[in-house]
Design a protein around this ligand. Sequence first.
Ligand code: AHR
Length: 506
Amino acid sequence: MNRARLMVDKDFNIGSIDRRLYGSFVEHLGRAVYGGIYEPGHRTADREGFRTDVIDLVKELDVSIIRYPGGNFVSNYYWEDGVGPVGKRPCRLDLAWRALEPNKIGVNEFCSWAKKAGSEVMMSVNLGTRGIEAARSLVEYCNQPGGTYWSDLRISHGVKKPHGIKVWCLGNEMDGPWQVGHKTANEYGRLANEVGKALKLYDPDLKLVACGSSNRDMPTFPQWEAEVLERCYETVDYISLHTYYDDPEDDLATYLANSIDMDTFIKSVKSTCDYVRAKTRSKKTMYLSFDEWNAWSFYHSFISKGLDDTVEPWTTGAHQLEDVYTFKDALLVGCLLITLLRNVDRVKIACLAQLVNVLAPIMTRNNGPAWRQPIFYPFLHASQHARGESLDVRLESPTYDNAKFGDVPYIDAAVAYDVENERLTILAVNRNPHESILLEGDLRSLKEYTPVEHILLEHSDLKASNNTGKPRNVVPRRGAEIKMDSGRFEAVIPKLSWNVIRLGRR
Ligand code: AHR
């Protein structure tokens, strides 16, 4: 059997794992909100019309933070339409997704839902068609306890307690020509600075995310980041990254190596931030918010065709972007999680995009069940177990040669060390389609640790998925026994598999 070697020392870490690394995203898009989290009349709906079967699955995933309400949607959104008596709320055209927005769910309802799901809200503001005034009034509406126009309006809407939203996104993908209100880097950087300034004059403790590039293939990347940050470096706390991967050629070896692309993307943005830091003589470190990432089949054709060439009737809750994820996608999501964990020195927020029905780990049928897609599991495992510090992993693995990425290691891994709870978690993917690999671990500084469990996700069919008829077709099971002797372990990592190896102190 081929072997790979992994070494970690508890004293050498990359950084602490911010809980916000396990975030997600709910956009007013397709059936994410209407028919996803909200379906009054559904047998599990609570008094507010929220599906409790969906809330239970979100709770199971332990999603730390949820970005809302967009996405492209936010760039032509009037938040005021979504507050106050529901019967009086207007229906609007959503230009981003060619939909009718009934405004039955707005900021108050969403914050209430997020509370039930145990998640923090990451609110984005419209910097497409709007600006400082709309953003600052929304912050005041959400966060001011009372005694001012906007906070008293919230109270008059029956919401006494402020929402206390800490993290705010200054627009969405403003570099993208498809965006309503698309801007140049100069225009956006100036606007982000002025909006950010106003928000921080209200509360200097707010955390602000400026828009980075929509993806690494944008012709303006990374000049966009440099120009934007030159205009708002001292005002904002994070710059955003977005990426989706597809497999247009049905080329598994390349598909699974896309985490190398993600890693390069992160490192390039990090360098660009540090360039601006040097140029502006700043003392501040800019952090990264990877607030949209996932697999998305046909993503590239979708982007190159543009978002606006389908002339569908205007509707609410259409079946849009309802990707059926397969076991292969779960392996990629595992590799992407490993990459995020290996960059926690700078990536402090990350959002799996999205959460329910739209590019989602959780699917629902209207009037029917909710179920877990295969990508649910790697996220669940990382969110549940990869806590504490991300250790600096030294990995020696056999490699394969790939036309796009060069030498690609078969084994990809990250190690999380939870000092407080005395837990060590190794997340590992085997990209080899033919052979298992024996992973030999050298945990020299953790000799007292012994195996707790080995969770394994594998399937004989890469295209296997879960659906209402077979909701448990792709599910994790117990992996092979882990041999361990004074700080050295051996674990078999089966071909094409996602593995969670958990160790604890004796
Ligand atoms: O997540 C779907 C869309 O992808 C988002 O609205 C947008 O920000 C990105 O292009």
